[in-house]
Design a protein around this ligand. Structure first.
Ligand SMILES: *Cc1c(COP(=O)(O)O)cnc(C)c1O
Length: 453
């Protein structure tokens, strides 16, 4: 039997800096606008909801930003994460392609999310914040922040999209085990939640609604700030530890990716693995390609408009220019909950506009099929979100077989699926179906985009 190859690194190889792609881009992303004045916002506008250190990172132009010692100390628990050459998968596909994956499921939360949860909790604690309010879709982000809050002694309050709250009771148990408070969203705790419930008493919730509730809590209370697990520049920045480690690991493998594949919900795990390689390309390195895979039921990059929009449903957040399906769009309840967001990271959107990212959308059945093929070859059951990246990588490898060429493919296995057994149960029982988004609903949501002069 062929064996897959693991490329480990030493603790010393944990990056000392996060990498800021903005420093190497040919043009900066468009400014973030104030929701009232529609003028570019300044740090003061964000101060009620984020700690200062995070705001500085959000607008930084510096190429490298130092990772604080206490954050690196916690990273050490699971970083560097392994890079694998998927030899058994290659064999099962009978492909000449070289397939590698970076495995982020070794973190205590089982996904890449702690890479940013840890520094965010750290900066909040440093600035004396007592409580962090946040949202969570599938539960991965809430789980990661719950752990980070416990480490740094900060209370965590999680608004969990109601459909996930009901479908994934163990996620709530996980968060509460670390002392976090978990609330089904929409809730009666906030004006945003109460407004939705008045109009839609049976609302199953959405990330956009949950974000409104968490932001509202932060705005209303002096001792509380808000944290976001994806989309924003500082989140993608923190995730670049993934790609920086992978660069080192490819030196050991004496190889280099021709194509990097990742799944995109808000864009953070994709940016995390892609940006260090894109930066190398922008500075004259190899012309690596970048493929972003999104769910066909929430096709932000492939079907959305590139326009200024709100990040949340109640329109409490600033306006960012991004690919969006409209902030009032509620995606159908497919199983990759982490990918059910109406918008996209402004950085990913901007870089897609610049032509460096090829986006593709896949239906969920073909992704679960790919996930199981991967699991049976490599022994790791991916998160439903990660199955999208697996599908993308397998398709690239099949193309190599058909064209008779050997390319080097890297994908991010951003998390394991151990909390998602119900999704696999449904798939194995034949109960999982492909879902179409409602075109008229997206058209309506897009018609409501804010006007920006
Ligand atoms: C949150 C999450 C995603 C989606 O978020 P991104 O910011 O696009 O990475 C994807 N996969 C997993 C495992 C997640 O936890």
């Amino acid at each position: 039997m062929t064996s897959s190859i693991k490329y480990s690194l030493d603790e010393r190889d944990i990056p000392r800096h996060w990498y800021n792609i903005v420093a190497d881009l040919p043009s900066p992303p468009p400014p973030v606008l104030h929701p009232g004045t529609r003028q570019p916002i300044g740090p003061d506008d964000l101060a009620p909801i984020f700690p200062l250190a995070v705001i500085e990172q959000e607008v930084s132009q510096a190429r490298e930003i130092e990772i604080p010692g206490p954050v690196r100390d916690v990273y050490r628990q699971w970083r560097p994460t392994p890079l694998y050459r998927a030899r058994r998968l290659e064999q099962s596909l009978d492909t000449p392609a070289r397939i590698y994956y970076k495995y982020e499921g070794t973190s205590p939360a089982g996904s890449h999310k702690p890479n940013t949860a840890i520094p965010q909790a750290f900066y909040n604690r440093e600035e004396g914040v007592r409580r962090i309010a946040t949202e969570t879709g599938a539960g991965q982000w809430g789980s990661a922040l719950a752990i980070a809050g416990a480490f740094f002694g900060v209370e965590v309050e999680v608004f969990m999209v109601k459909v996930s709250f009901q479908q994934k009771p163990y996620r709530r148990t996980f968060m509460e085990s670390f002392g976090a408070r978990c609330i089904a969203s929409p809730s009666e705790l906030t004006e945003s939640g109460r407004t939705i419930l008045r109009e839609h008493p049976d609302s199953s919730g959405s990330l956009g609604i949950a974000i409104s509730e968490a932001v509202e809590r932060a705005v209303q209370r002096d001792d509380t700030k808000y944290a976001l697990g994806s989309v924003l520049n500082h989140v993608l920045l923190h995730q670049t530890v993934i790609g920086q480690e992978a660069l080192r690991q490819f030196e050991h493998a004496d190889d280099y990716p021709d194509v990097v594949v990742g799944c995109t919900g808000g864009g953070s795990n994709f940016g995390g693995i892609a940006f260090p390689f894109l930066g190398a390309r922008l500075r004259g390195g190899p012309a690596t390609e970048f493929v972003a895979i999104e769910p066909a039921a929430c096709p932000t990059l492939t079907k959305g408009l590139y326009a200024y929009d709100f990040g949340d449903t109640a329109h409490l957040t600033p306006l960012v220019k991004m690919h969006t399906l409209g902030s009032t769009f509620v995606p159908p309840g497919f199983h990759a909950g982490g990918l059910r967001y109406h918008g996209m990271a402004p950085l990913i959107s901007h870089i897609t506009q610049l032509g460096y990212i090829r986006p593709r959308a896949y239906q969920q059945l073909t992704c679960f099929e790919a996930g199981l093929q991967f699991a049976r070859a490599e022994g790791i059951l991916p998160a439903p979100e990660a199955n999208h990246a697996v599908r993308g990588a397998i398709d690239e490898a099949i193309k190599c077989r058909e064209e008779g060429i050997s390319r080097c493919i890297l994908f991010n296995l951003c998390g394991h699926g151990h909390f998602d057994m119900q999704a696999y149960r449904d798939y194995l029982d034949g109960r999982l179906v492909d879902q179409e988004y409602d075109e008229s609903e997206i058209a309506m949501a897009l018609a409501g985009l804010p006007s920006v002069a």
